[in-house]
Design a protein around this ligand. Structure first.
Ligand SMILES: [Zn+2]
Length: 544
């Protein structure tokens, strides 16, 4: 009897020591997945159609934050990717739009453009990119610092900004897809003088060609009951095809739709991304040693398809059923290459999307199209009448007005008086929900939810002089397709799933914010949070 007890005590001791060791060791690889334009409700809308090894594996064996939101405006791709990985908002990391008005040089600039670097894998000067405009670090940078640069970082996405901003400043590499007539994976000299051989060889095999094929629904179209009819008036479709209906012959349509770029607008774009991410996993030996590596993957086809066909389309449903299979493929490869239980995954989105307003209107739900040029003209007319000059505004962009401070100075006009008058005028225009002045926003005294979101997206040096918000489901967009960018709940509410090493099983309805992801991952990696981090650790997510 005594021997029996001793035997079991030893086993219990060994098991608890193993559990302790498991807890203390770090994941070998962190995989940060962003699904571009994924609304929160896509998880529930398509749940019964998903297979078991993709989204459902992450949900049922991991932790789901069901009330996860962006906490700033504008909800665009560049700011979204930057905020997820830096753990802070645009007022701090400085990525205040995809494109924004550079008031110091009087021109529009792109969030990832960098004229000082050379392109690799393409001759096109349009791919000159780097993360230099992002003012704070990504958690991948914090991991590089902690591991004495032994833990690698690789970023992969169809979109340059979806690869570059997550991977951060000290990344080994970020790769994105060059469509047009090329169909290649490209990068820049920011990361090193030439492409690694495995990328050159990957490109030699013409990785995109096999996806110039017909896009038909994965399952019989009559089973797509979570979407509207395939033929409707809310979708744009492709040039060269009269209706936005299945099937789509991508090879034929590529002629009139920018060559290989058409693949981005089909679910095969996401397959291209998985193919390249898996090649990176193997060729860069990610997750193979004691130094934690970081792989960031951004699936962008979901966004192109949402913009083209809208939230309620069969095309969106088909894209998510197929993305589910891509996730299953990715997780299976991670099990094999890194080992089950040895890696940590999170999946989220860079913003949500609005239902096509015309579709809402046709179903008696308030929704509107905002005529931007009428709005701008009315402000210009007002200014001319009120201040007897027509050069007071330098730029309208990202729901902001930039005033011309030189003109105001030359005409001895009071900035605060002018902004207050324009603020009142804008507040009286149709479909304006709120309008804020620069000084309102910098005081950070707004108590309403939307005001706080505008404050968090407003950078004191880079941003404009006034910022306005349109009423819910009001967009500046054609009458087909969906878009995003607002601080409204359909653009801010997105999925957040954690899975794998160090993660508790479960879910929460507590409101969590985009800025909480980076500090939570950092504490799982036992590293310092990224330098600009303003989020909180999501304690319930972490295995104790
Ligand atoms: Zn996006």
């Amino acid at each position: 009897m005594k021997l029996f007890i001793l035997f079991y005590s030893l086993i219990a001791l060994a098991t608890s020591a193993l559990a302790q060791q498991q807890k203390e060791s770090k994941p070998k690889l962190v995989i940060g997945i962003v699904v571009d334009q994924m609304r929160y409700d896509y998880l529930s809308r398509f749940y019964n159609k998903f297979e078991n090894e993709g989204f459902k594996r992450l949900i049922n064996d991991g932790f789901e934050c069901k009330n996860h939101h962006f906490n700033y405006m504008p909800t665009y791709t560049g700011p979204g990717h930057a905020s997820i990985f830096t753990g802070t908002t645009p007022n701090n990391h400085g990525i205040i739009g995809n494109n924004w008005f550079d008031k110091f040089n009087n021109k529009m600039i792109y969030c990832a453009s960098d004229e000082t670097v050379e392109t690799l894998g393409t001759q096109s000067p349009k791919e000159k990119m780097s993360p230099h405009r992002m003012l704070t670090m990504s958690f991948a940078d914090a991991n590089r610092l902690h591991t004495q640069f032994k833990g690698k970082t690789i970023g992969v996405s169809l979109k340059d900004r979806g690869a570059i901003l997550p991977a951060g400043h000290s990344a080994n590499r970020a790769y994105w897809f060059r469509g047009k007539e090329e169909g290649q994976w490209v990068s820049t000299t920011y990361y090193g003088p030439s492409l690694p051989n495995w990328v050159i060889n990957f490109n030699k095999k013409k990785p995109a060609e096999k996806y110039l094929k017909t896009w038909n629904t994965l399952k019989p179209i009559k089973t797509y009951t979570e979407s509207g009819a395939d033929l409707n008036t809310y979708e744009r479709g492709f040039k060269g095809k009269n209706t936005a209906t299945f099937p789509y012959d991508l090879k034929k349509l590529s002629v009139e739709n920018s060559g290989f770029d058409i693949i981005k607008e089909s679910p095969y774009g996401n397959q291209l991304v998985t193919d390249f991410a898996l090649a990176a996993l193997k060729n860069e030996s990610l997750g193979k040693d004691e130094h934690t590596d970081v792989l960031t993957i951004s699936y962008s086809s979901t966004d192109y398809i949402g913009h083209n066909f809208g939230v309620n389309s069969v095309e969106i449903e088909d894209t998510y059923l197929r993305l589910d299979l891509e996730l299953a493929k990715l997780l299976k490869a991670l099990d094999k290459e890194v080992g089950k239980g040895e890696y940590t995954v999170f999946l989220t989105a860079d913003h949500g999307a609005v239902h096509v307003p015309q579709f809402l209107k046709d179903h008696k739900i308030p929704a509107y199209y905002f005529d931007q040029s009428t709005f701008e003209n009315s402000i210009n007319t007002f200014i001319k009448k009120e201040f007897l000059t027509d050069s007071l505004i330098s730029n309208f962009s990202n729901n902001q007005l930039f005033l011309n401070h030189q003109t105001m100075k030359a005409n001895k006009l009071s900035v605060s008086k002018i902004t207050k008058k324009i603020q009142y005028f804008i507040s009286q225009q149709p479909r304006i929900q709120y309008v804020f002045t620069r000084s309102n926003l910098l005081q950070r005294s707004n108590s309403n939810v939307i005001g706080k979101l505008v404050e968090n997206g407003f950078h004191q040096r880079l941003s404009g002089d006034l910022a306005y918000v349109l009423s819910p489901s009001t967009i500046v967009y054609p009458k087909t397709g969906s878009t995003h960018g607002s601080p409204q709940v359909y653009d801010t509410h997105i999925p957040l799933l954690f899975y794998g090493k160090g993660i508790q099983k479960g879910y929460t309805y507590k409101k969590t914010k985009v800025v909480d992801i980076a500090p939570t991952v950092s504490v799982i990696l036992k590293i310092a949070a990224p330098n600009g981090c303003t989020g909180n650790i999501l304690e319930e997510v972490i295995l104790k």
